[in-house]
Design a protein around this ligand. Structure first.
Ligand SMILES: Nc1nc2c(ncn2[C@@H]2O[C@H](COP(=O)(O)OP(=O)(O)OP(=O)(O)O)[C@@H](O)[C@H]2O)c(=O)[nH]1
Length: 506
């Protein structure tokens, strides 16, 4: 793989998300749930241990059933995890396993949310974070259902008190000193309001003494807020870490896909399609006074290399020549593998004299390059190069010809305006579009066609220029190979122009 990924944990998580079997991912979720249950169990143990202090703001009558429930659920999840091997080997029903997992977990977390505060941090993290984590690891349909059930539950928990029912709540507000002097049973919002009142009183007095700090520290609001942080923070960190990694995976996958789509695997040069796209962009970006040059380079007697040394050595030649091209050219050059042993080089803002110097140097570099075949057989390859420079004067000429043709066609057939884009539409009709990727490609083609039309260049301008360079390449082969031939010189000798040449070659 062309990319080195050094982020800690990236490899492991990308394996989990992309390569692991569905059973392994479900197991990871089960382990995560078990970890969460363990945290809650430890909390119960801690509260029970310090029940003398905390019994005033934790409803102990609810703690014990909750603790028992958590213990039973923890044991059940342990059993489920131990039963996961038949599922991994494909003997058990993974879907049933996933459905039981999500139903139990949702019920459990719903109870925890209700008794700990349905508008608390725990509720928010569980609702959104839990759903996102679940979607990454198990069947999304189940997670959707659980998410909707949770949302409904929170909505009902908000409404129920207005109908005179009390939802069990472990939170007891017991600030026996200021601002309250009696035991109260309060909702989370009320608790928060009181906590704010305490803070305000401290700042009103102006001093933060140890007494006031203790008052805060031993207030139930502080206890419950710490509880919420304890219960939601590890989960939130885990989920954020998973998502950060997921985004990294997506970024890297996108870069990998782009690399595969736009580059030739053997030579690592740009692919033919990407080379042509970049050539079009280079033509569109040409300044008023700039010339653009192209070189079509073809290795000589390449078939003989394959025949004499084998296909692998042929491949090696191609990648070594590609490397030579990259080493000899500047970064502005667009170098692509145009065909089997044919390379297309586009040099934006390069005059004819310069491109001839560059092409001759490339020919020399390739001819001097020693290729080591198998059995220590060293040999050389040569290349023939066809060069063509589209000068800015010629480009202006093409543009005015194009404008004139367009105008003429519009006069003859007014309905046929926007010829280029309508021809693309025609293409879409003749080959029905089946999927979104085809639609995207068609859309992109249409956009490029519109851009080129705006620049007033014929839509097949790249093919025209390559066709001219190809003529020079053939001439180089005819003249005995291992040489550079300029298409501009051929055209000048024939006293023809790029337009007339293209018209003749169509
Ligand atoms: N090893 C290897 N060979 C390839 C690859 N692509 C095309 N070829 C071979 O390149 C050879 C091209 O042969 P020809 O088109 O006859 O050209 P040539 O032998 O180079 O002769 P001239 O171009 O006329 O000098 C064919 O034998 C193809 O099989 C490739 O990716 N790897």
């Amino acid at each position: 793989m062309a990319f080195s990924i050094s982020h800690l944990g990236y490899r492991k998580l990308s394996r989990v998300i992309f390569e692991w079997q569905a059973a392994d991912r479900a197991l990871l979720l089960a382990l995560f749930v078990l970890m969460e249950i363990t945290l809650h169990w430890i909390w119960c143990l801690y509260v029970w241990f310090r029940r003398e202090t905390y019994s005033s703001y934790v409803d102990m009558a609810l703690l014990y059933p909750l603790w028992i429930g958590i213990t039973l659920l923890g044991l059940f999840f342990l059993w489920m995890i131990s039963r996961s091997s038949p599922i991994k080997t494909g003997h058990g029903s993974l879907h049933t396993w996933q459905a039981v997992l999500i139903t139990l977990y949702s019920t459990y977390i719903a109870v925890v949310i209700l008794v700990m505060g349905h508008s608390s941090l725990v509720a928010g993290v569980s609702l959104v974070g839990g759903a996102m984590l679940g979607m990454m690891l198990i069947r999304r349909r189940y997670v959707w259902k659980a998410f909707l059930a949770h949302s409904m539950l929170i909505f009902s928990a908000t409404l129920i008190p207005y109908f005179g029912f009390t939802i069990p709540n472990m939170q007891q507000m017991t600030a026996t000193s200021f601002p309250l002097d009696s035991y109260n049973y309060l909702t989370y919002s009320e608790t928060t309001a009181i906590e704010n009142a305490i803070s305000a009183s401290i700042f009103q007095n102006g001093t933060l003494s140890w007494d006031t700090f203790n008052q805060l520290r031993f207030s139930s609001a502080f206890f419950w807020r710490s509880t919420h942080i304890y219960m939601s923070l590890p989960k939130a960190i885990f989920i954020i870490y998973m998502f950060r990694t997921l985004l990294l995976i997506l970024d890297n996958s996108k870069a990998e896909i782009m690399q595969y789509a736009n580059h030739d695997e053997l030579t690592q040069l740009k692919s033919r399609r990407y080379g042509l796209t970049q050539m079009q962009q280079a033509l569109l970006a040409m300044g008023d006074q700039q010339d653009v040059s192209i070189i079509l380079l073809d290795l000589d007697w390449f078939k003989n290399i394959n025949d004499n040394y084998g296909h692998d050595v042929g491949d090696q030649v191609l990648s070594e020549v590609a490397q030579t091209l990259l080493n000899s050219l500047t970064e502005e050059a667009i170098v692509s593998r145009y065909g089997g042993e044919e390379f297309l080089i586009v040099l934006p803002d390069t005059s004819h004299d310069s491109v001839m110097t560059i092409a001759k140097q490339l020919r020399r570099d390739i001819a001097e390059q020693v290729i080591s075949g198998d059995n220590h057989t060293d040999f050389n390859v040569t290349a023939s190069l066809g060069v063509y420079t589209l000068t800015h004067a010629e480009r202006i000429h093409i543009q005015s010809e194009y404008r004139a043709t367009e105008l003429e066609e519009n006069i003859q057939s007014p309905n046929n305006s926007k010829k280029d884009s309508s021809s693309v539409k025609g293409l879409q009709k003749s080959s029905p579009i089946q999927n979104s990727s085809q639609r995207r490609i068609a859309h992109r083609r249409k956009r490029v066609a519109t851009e080129i039309a705006k620049a007033q260049l014929p839509i097949d301008i790249c093919q025209r220029l390559i066709c001219i360079a190809d003529k020079a390449l053939y001439e180089a082969k005819d003249r005995g190979r291992n040489q550079v031939v300029s298409a501009n010189e051929i055209l000048a000798a024939e006293n023809s122009t790029v337009i007339s040449f293209y018209t003749a070659s169509k």
